[in-house]
Design a protein around this ligand. Structure first.
Ligand code: TXA
Ligand code: MG
Length: 345
């Protein structure tokens, strides 16, 4: 299959892509978080094709993307008032809500669960595409399973060339990490995945919020993850990643003392001078968490090269968007974290 590159700012291209979706073909779609691997959300065969193209385990369901918040009703039932409040405040935007799923959504799309993740993305091209298709679009992130999510059309082509019919180029993704996922089917709302909408913002609106254990650390192999995808190794380049915590100088001393050929350092822009000669890559400014979220996956992809054998990474601390960035980096590191301030330098 030849994968066509389409333009997100061309109505004609979007109409063409909508035809592909209706036919059951797969299209890479831009969103404000990461690119999606989209297919007809009402077509079980399209769901099968997504699993296959991505190499994704079949127990891991897809998020359904809608063009307008009110379309939540066509997919979900028993929608609580809080869902409408969240939709009003944060949609279109980087928030996915888990809600009870209606029966006409194919079982394969939701991996047999009784719930579904629903999201109204902010990217205009994709909302236009959904409207023109006339169906919700099922889309996991448009990367090969286990690899970092894609934040440019070129990244999507790199992973999925020949596996999908087309990619809509909508430019680089502004947020850069996947949507915040909140489960509204539990008594107390559960944060299943941190993202662009922060825990602080959710807590303010909801009054209560619990954080799923899979967000905080590696789950034991027999644990049941509430978001099935959170139990898999994620976002990883081939080389092992180790996070080095501690203040700039101490962390840099720790890393420099161990640096050898084949190593690389993933750090904040401000730290570049500390890592001269240590193959550093900056993923954003530590003064601007949004720059870190926008740059992380692209940097992890850059570091996925055969000559790189080990990666030392610097991770932001704290809440807000830094919490989501830290979560993705810790997952990429398999939660392997060393505090340089507690080690022999
Ligand atoms: O920003 C995003 O959410 C991107 C863009 C394309 O919208 N999509 C995305 O999809 O990140 P994916 O499939 O890579 O991650 C979705 C996560 C997975 O961990 C999956 O297990 C979880 O959401 N999920 C989906 N449906 C669920 C459900 N009914 N209950 C619990 N978790 C669910
Ligand atoms: Mg994903």
């Amino acid at each position: 299959m030849k994968t066509q590159m389409l333009r997100g700012d061309s109505r004609e291209d979007l109409a063409y892509a909508a035809g592909l979706i209706r036919r059951g073909d797969l299209v890479g779609i831009p969103t404000e978080t990461v690119y999606g691997l989209g297919g007809n959300g009402l077509d079980a065969k399209a769901a099968d094709r997504i699993y296959e193209a991505k190499g994704r385990p079949k127990d891991n369901p897809f998020i359904l993307h809608i063009a307008d918040p009110k379309d939540m009703e066509s997919i979900c039932h028993s929608i609580p008032e809080t869902a409408w409040l969240l939709a009003e405040r944060y949609w279109p935007g980087p928030l996915t809500m888990i809600l009870p799923v209606k029966d006409h959504i194919p079982k394969r799309t939701v991996a047999g669960l009784s719930t579904v993740g629903v999201r109204c993305p902010a990217h205009e091209a994709t909302r236009t595409l959904i409207r023109l298709s006339g169906v919700p679009i099922a889309a996991p992130s448009a990367n090969l399973s286990g690899k970092p999510s894609t934040t440019t059309a070129e990244h999507v082509l790199h992973d999925l060339d020949g596996r999908i019919a087309a990619i809509i180029d909508g430019g680089p993704c502004a947020v850069g990490v996947e949507s915040t996922i909140i489960d509204l089917t539990t008594e107390v709302p559960q944060l299943l995945r941190p993202g662009g909408i922060t825990p602080e913002e959710l807590l303010e609106l909801l009054g209560e919020l619990e954080v799923d254990p899979a967000v905080l650390g590696n789950l034991p192999p027999d644990a049941i993850a509430r978001a099935p995808g959170m139990k898999y190794i994620h976002y990883s380049p081939t080389a092992p990643v180790t996070i080095i915590d501690g203040n700039d100088e101490i962390a840099a001393t720790y890393i420099r003392n161990r640096f050898q050929e084949g190593d690389a350092v993933l750090c904040f822009q401000e730290e570049l001078p500390l890592y001269e000669g240590c193959n550093p890559t900056a993923y954003g400014s530590r003064e601007d968490n949004r720059s870190l979220s926008a740059g992380l996956f692209s940097a992890l992809r850059d570091l996925d090269r055969p000559e790189i054998k080990r990666i030392f990474a610097r991770c932001p601390q704290g809440g807000g968007v830094a919490y989501a960035v830290g979560n993705r980096l810790k997952k990429a590191a398999g939660f392997c974290i060393i505090n340089a301030e507690e080690e022999d330098l």
